[in-house]
Write a protein that binds this ligand. Structure first.
Ligand code: FES
Length: 173
């Protein structure tokens, strides 16, 4: 068995004799390799960002056809919320039962960078925790922070004991 360079008292394992390598070479990363790695990571991030931008800006948003049932009236207490999606879409929505007793429904994606937004009970505000963005829960308007547009809103229809949502029509940009 060959001599171990790290510890001359310990014999070198047989596999190292079969596959000799220089430890320094194995851990060394050249400037060129590091620059290649950075370019690869940067390119991947740029491609991902471009994909999200193209998808959000160029593809038409999913339109809700007719009225879609969300839940029963008693399913969401005053001050409570319910997350939902409509058939044929993956867009997340949030139904809010305001303390005033009124109902609101919004896309649950922040208009800044699409983080999930949450209703803050008792405040009539919707929070985006990513960059401290805030929206008015009664109108969806931006109150504070970087979001450039109000939250897209749906019409909420209460019929008997059931709650439905529908498109609200053209909304402010
Ligand atoms: S993603 Fe909501 S404030 Fe930035």
């Amino acid at each position: 068995m060959a001599e171990n360079e790290d510890n001359p008292l310990k014999p070198r394992p047989a596999w190292e004799a079969d596959f000799p390598h220089e430890r320094v070479e194995a851990t060394h990363v050249s400037r060129r390799e590091f620059a290649k790695f950075l370019c690869l990571v940067s390119g991947g991030l740029a491609a991902g960002t471009a994909f999200v931008a193209v998808k959000d800006k160029l593809l038409p948003p999913h339109r809700i056809v007719g009225e879609q049932r969300v839940c029963r009236l008693g399913d969401v207490p005053v001050g409570g919320t319910r997350a939902f999606v409509v058939p044929g879409s993956t867009t997340p929505y949030i139904l809010i039962h305001l303390e005033s007793g009124e109902w609101r429904a919004y896309e649950q994606k922040c208009t800044h960078l699409s983080c999930a937004v949450f209703y803050k009970p008792g405040s009539d505000k919707i929070e985006c925790p990513c960059h401290n963005g805030w929206f008015d829960a009664r109108t969806g308007a931006v109150l504070q922070g970087p979001p450039p547009r109000p939250l897209p809103q749906l019409a909420v229809i209460v019929r008997g004991e059931e709650i439905f949502v529908a498109e609200l029509g053209p909304q402010p940009a």
